[in-house]
Design a protein around this ligand. Sequence first.
Ligand SMILES: [Zn+2]
Length: 339
Amino acid sequence: MKKETVRFPKVELHLHLDGSVPPETMWRLAEKEHVPLPAETPEAFWEWLKTTSDCRSVNEYLERFELPLQLLQSRENLAIATHDLILLLAGENYAYAEIRFAPQLHVRKGLTQRDAVEAVLEGRAEALKSCPGLKIGILLCAMSIGPETLNMAENLETVRLTKEMLGRGVVGCDLAGAEGIVPLHRFAPVFDLARELDVPFTCHAGDSQGPDTVLDALNFGTRRIGHGHHLYDAPELWDRVRSSGVTLEICPTSNIQCKTQPSYREHPAKKLLDAGIRVTINTDNSALAAVTLEEEYAHCLEEMSFTPEDLVRMNRYAAESSFLPEKEKAELLKTLEEY
Ligand SMILES: [Zn+2]
């Protein structure tokens, strides 16, 4: 099948740092930390990432994060991973990306959440010196790892840190992790605090779980939803999503690999866009999923019935829905328009 190439400057809103560390960087960090890898050479490691990217479920998918997480427990390594990922995005003609990570997953060897955020911001600043024209926002993820009471204190700390770091490269927060361990609405205190502190936020919902979780996210007052494709199963919610301008961060390959949609062809993203819902296209975890945004676009055109005009429109939606400060968002939109 012929691959169409998209040449406009790309915007991505949903990219996890731990799942997107470039494979060469993971290889280097593993050697440095003496962490065994399941391959003999960097090339074989890349092949391993590709062949293991298909999972039986979201939970199996989440287990694959253990390897990069083992490598990202020091300030230095967090800065290197962030730096290398940003250079990779610059080489793929990105205009803007929001990279998200959960500070509380990087404290195993004594870092605090604040240390982890500062390290990522250092890596970001260093990388941006050599990438004029590229903008990068950082989102801090609260985590769903069990009953909501298990890490509510850590999650609230993440939201407070987001507030403190706004304007220094951090642009908002998120709730990530396993859906469905407890009902999503029990995480309301995380979002109550985000609203109280006027922190922009998105929320993973409607991926492995049904549209009831999309409703929970809407009730939190979210402006964006991570995944959210199961909104398709509840047309009675579409009006509310349309009128509130909530944007869906759709990650097609991730959905197929986690079996939350049966195939690219059956994925409802195009139908949601045609229903007037603001859909954007993202990679979720470019390394663990072994996919680039360019490849996601190829799936969109070849298997998901999107047109090239749809891609331009969704790229603009992504820029409009970014959590960049208004002035920088206007610059980004101008860059896209000039193109
Ligand atoms: Zn995600």
